[in-house]
Design a protein around this ligand. Sequence first.
Ligand SMILES: Nc1ncnc2c1ncn2[C@@H]1O[C@H](COP(=O)(O)OP(=O)(O)OP(=O)(O)O)[C@@H](O)[C@H]1O
Length: 549
Amino acid sequence: MNTPTLTGLRATLDTRVVSARTALRTATVGRAGWSGKAWRTAAWIAYRDWMFTRGLTVWMAKHALFVLAVAVVTVGWWGILTLAELPGDRVTGPVLLALVLLSPGLVHGLWAMVTPHGYLVRMHGRKVLAAWPKVATACGLGDRQPGGEVLIPKLSKIRYETGATILRIHTLAGQTLDTLHRAAPAITTTYKAHGFSTTTVQPGVLDLGLFTTARIAGSVAGLPRLEAASPDGLIVGRTRSGQVAQLVVRGRHTLVVGATGSGKGSVLWSVVGGLAPAVHTGSVELSGLDLKGGIELEMGRSLFTRIAYESTDAVRVLRELVAIMNKRKEAMRGRSRLHEPRPGDPLHVLVIDELADLMAYSDFETRREADRLMSKVLTQGRALGICVLACVQNPRQDAVGQRNLYPQKIALRLDSDIETDMVLGPAMALAPAHTILEPDPGTAYLVREDGSPELMRFDYWPDDLIRDVALRFATPRPAHAPSGALSTSDADAVNAWTAAAARRGNTNTAGKSEDNPAPRPRKPRAPRKPRAPRAPRPAPAASTEEVSS
Ligand SMILES: Nc1ncnc2c1ncn2[C@@H]1O[C@H](COP(=O)(O)OP(=O)(O)OP(=O)(O)O)[C@@H](O)[C@H]1O
């Protein structure tokens, strides 16, 4: 059976197990009133009993010979009393002796019963520690000495966080942290963990996090708060250890890639919605390009200062941003190397819902102009306070020719390891986005500028929340209605989306427009005559207005 089928089966099975568990819980401990309380009490007693038995059994298995000897002595004592037909009690003595001799096991069982979590953690830690010499040697970390002795890196501490076991490992003399980094995937597999993260603690000391869960539970976003709306660390979801996941927006461009249904909308709205309070105060300005006819961005249009649903408008928005960038260059020259956003001189965030619609599926002239302007923004914008968040489904070259200009990448579920490689390059080994399961939309690897990956799940943004946020935190400088603007009703949005899809597709030419003509077969082009250089275009009036305000 091939891997995708197996993955699909596993996902179906997982979903069934989750729903069966939920149903059982609802029918028992989840019930309201006295019956629910009775179920909960019974479950608590059963669990503690089970933990006592487990603790005692583990101790007995570890001291099997001693337990056997106690059994022989106890039964032997009782047997002698019985055979000799001595009068009096023949049971109490042997039983008391057995209880006294087995008392450490009983204490062990009580420990497991009273603090089950602490007990399980300690037991797991002991197992990891006991296996470490073998694991380290098998993963190539051993150093054989002339006398035949094998030295291994010291495992000094084991720590537990939600969803991860953290091993603190010290390099041997002659080893570098790279040696440990290289061995990390093998150590992870040997301990049967779901993934790993590495953190350098100090020179020669590494914290290796082994993930104990493969999935991150989804959560729904709440209303954003002004103090949290920082482009230097925007809260966008949860990490595998249950901590808040942060995304740095300022000073970097972000490419978001994911298959259809992988949750690009969650990433987009986590950023747009998360920044909304800063938009309202004027320290962030959003520009949006949504060439799917506005189906995604229309719902939050009042948050955007510039918005485009058609390719010609998209080019206009890009030109305005380039003009702002050029003005800023002059203003910042010799004074500052990184733009500090503030009301009146905001951080500009350009949000593109489907990059390929602009860069691959538009007409030739638009593509060329968009490519030129995007290159400028991507190469010069980040220090000048103009950042891009571009979402795309297809990571191939024709759709994202400039992917190397995005220092930060978010890889949601991808269809194949080839696509992961295309998006993440060498970081793919640590961020296998093609292994993210379909039932976990919004789960993604964030690969930062330094190449360090982190698995996280972006919060889900329901439509009602987006509308509410757009209403509360509207920008003080709202966008003019874009040409081809839609009514906000869902029915209209769907119609517009269908029309836009038809314009892009080559099966239906009904929605053909000048911006997006349906592809048709072309004759081979004759070589071009050299042209006189074009006079530079004057900057559009709107852009000047943007900068001077
Ligand atoms: N963070 C999340 N948690 C839970 N469910 C989510 C999350 N994000 C998205 N979903 C679910 O997945 C569905 C698809 O998400 P979304 O539309 O964002 O995907 P997409 O990648 O934008 O797809 P497309 O490229 O086809 O537009 C949503 O309708 C929602 O039900």
